[in-house]
Design a protein around this ligand. Sequence first.
Ligand code: GRF
Length: 199
Amino acid sequence: MTRVAILISGGGSNMLRLVQAMHDGGFATPVLVASNDLQAAGLAKAAAHGVATAAVDHRSFGRDRAAFEAQLLQPILAAKPDVLCLAGFMRVLTPDFVRQFEGRMLNIHPSLLPKYPGLHTHQRALDAGDAQAGCSVHEVTAELDAGPILGQAVVPVLPGDTAETLAARVLIQEHLLYPQVLRRFVAGDRTPLMLEGSA
Ligand code: GRF
């Protein structure tokens, strides 16, 4: 059975959908949920679903990303994952870390990549006057938010939208898209999945 580890930084709503999809669908097994924040609310959600957890506070390593990652890698490698999913994980990973999982590491990003890599994606879409927004699941490569697209979900931008209302609409689609993309990825299907979200 394919073993999946998930990295989170906060609430872990995407992680939770992935864990529930694996438990319900039986297409893979979640072997670890790890975070860079010991207070991440998603850690308790993972534990409540019987998934092992680990946390390493990145702040105690200052600017030494490599030292933080070396610490974080210990529980990850011990869990022997076949696939690594970033889900609301807010740290930029070094190329050395990525290289260890190249070709089997996914991330969900709240924009229609290649538009708006990085942060504040919804505000940037509003500022640009975009008629549509959405989210992307992509393979993680050394370049930030730039790997092959495995799936996207599109939602309309509505009059009066704020970054918050748009984020809420996109998050609904994230929760639908990521589990479906992970299931296909585990089955060896890398054809991009395109979803059309409602208003
Ligand atoms: C989501 O919008 C995700 O796209 C972004 O972080 C937000 C929260 O994710 N990376 P989660 O609820 O912690 O999964």
